[in-house]
Design a protein around this ligand. Structure first.
Ligand code: KG4
Ligand code: ZN
Length: 358
């Protein structure tokens, strides 16, 4: 089966062509047109500008994916499109484009949830997790744990009560001069900080915890892991404390050690995810764990969650770096399972900004 997938939920217009055979998925082409440079001028995504940029890009990006895959529309058996959640204007561009393409060429259409899509990026590797498994979606808009009961049935078992982890990296990153989106720059700055604190390249976080830098009270930050017995987080508490810390440094005229600050912030964010992952794995009898979404690209988090998975004896699946951020290949993978489950979309399909997994 050949699948054409389209993604336009935020600031990336993406199209991909996948083939599904008995041996799994083969991504024949995956094209991502990023609007980041445009939004960077404003320090974040401007929804109206995003919608317009998707309109301008969607045809060319789809055409390029088809061309790179040497596919024609007559080869396509299924069109998959992200229908929720995301920016409504942005989603509508992809949904209407996919609907027209599918209708005009008599191809079945499936609507895909963006978060299920992120997790489905883990189905594109050589080995694939089999339900039931535990999955984490860590992105600019989401921070949640799901019990994946089948490839299409998800249950939320933990979530953030306010900000998402990626959003918090972006906001605090901006305050310390890292351009939008700050995640990757934050990751690199934190690596400098961990090195300065431990004197070791790639030191485990347990070593950082023993360092003098970690004991420096002027840099103290709270954990975003809620201590109420739930698997939930509050990233706004961490963010507010970090903003206050930055103000204190500014007001006292003390120069902030940016790498050490980035390391401390990253430590608290990563340890919180690690702690809740351990807890989630102790509550749910699974043998596989998936970590997906843009923040799953974080090098410190990848290393720490690998330790957690090893200790718990579960197999860890993290998509390759290029599949952690928004792309359409992941939407095609989830689209395949939605199609198998009989979830074909009608011509009345609409986009929705809201989460569907609740
Ligand atoms: O999944 P994604 O591409 O888009 C959403 O669905 O939100 O995630 C984007 C988020 C941004 O907040 C970005 O700063 C963050 O992922 N991100 C990272 C890293 N790379 C991207 N956060 C931490 N460390 C990274 N290496
Ligand atoms: Zn995303």
């Amino acid at each position: 089966m050949n699948i054409l997938a389209i993604e336009s939920s935020c600031d990336e217009t993406a199209a991909a062509v996948l083939s599904r055979t008995e041996s799994g998925f083969a991504v024949r082409a995956s094209v991502v047109a990023s609007q980041i440079e445009t939004h960077r001028l404003y320090g974040g995504v401007v929804p109206e500008i995003a919608s317009r940029a998707h309109i301008e890009a969607v045809s060319a990006v789809t055409y390029e994916a088809m061309e790179r895959a040497s596919a024609s529309l007559s080869d396509i058996d299924l069109v998959a499109v992200t229908a929720q959640p995301g920016l409504i204007g942005a989603l509508l561009v992809g949904v209407n484009f996919a609907k027209s393409l599918a209708a005009a060429n008599h191809i079945p259409l499936v609507a895909v949830d963006h978060i299920k899509g992120h997790i489905a990026a883990a189905y594109l590797g050589a080995e694939v997790p089999k339900p039931p498994f535990l999955a984490m979606a860590l992105s600019g808009g989401h921070t949640a744990f799901y019990l994946v009961e089948s490839y299409t049935d998800y249950r939320v078992v933990g979530t953030t009560r306010d900000d998402a982890i990626g959003e918090s990296f972006d906001k605090i990153g901006r305050l310390i001069g890292i351009p939008y989106p700050a995640g990757a720059g934050f990751d690199r700055l934190a690596a400098e900080g961990f090195l300065a604190a431990t004197g070791k390249e790639n030191a485990p976080l347990s070593l950082y915890r023993k360092s003098a830098a970690y004991k420096d009270k002027t840099m103290a930050l709270p954990s975003p892991a809620l201590s109420d017995g739930s698997l939930d987080f509050s990233f706004s508490g961490l963010k507010t404390a970090a903003i206050n810390l930055l103000h204190r440094f500014e007001q006292s005229g003390t120069t902030l050690d940016r790498p050490l600050f980035a390391a401390r912030y990253t430590y608290e964010a990563v340890e919180a995810v690690a702690k809740k992952t351990e807890e989630a794995l102790s509550r749910h009898a699974v043998t596989s764990l998936v970590m997906a979404g843009g923040v799953a690209a974080n090098s410190h988090l990848r290393k720490r969650i690998a330790e957690v998975a090893k200790k718990a004896g579960v197999q860890l699946f993290i998509p390759s770096l290029s599949l952690c951020g928004d792309n359409a290949a992941m939407i095609g993978a989830q689209g395949y399972y939605e199609y198998l489950a009989g979830h074909t979309a009608a011509s009345s399909l609409n986009a929705s900004a809201e989460d569907s997994i609740v």
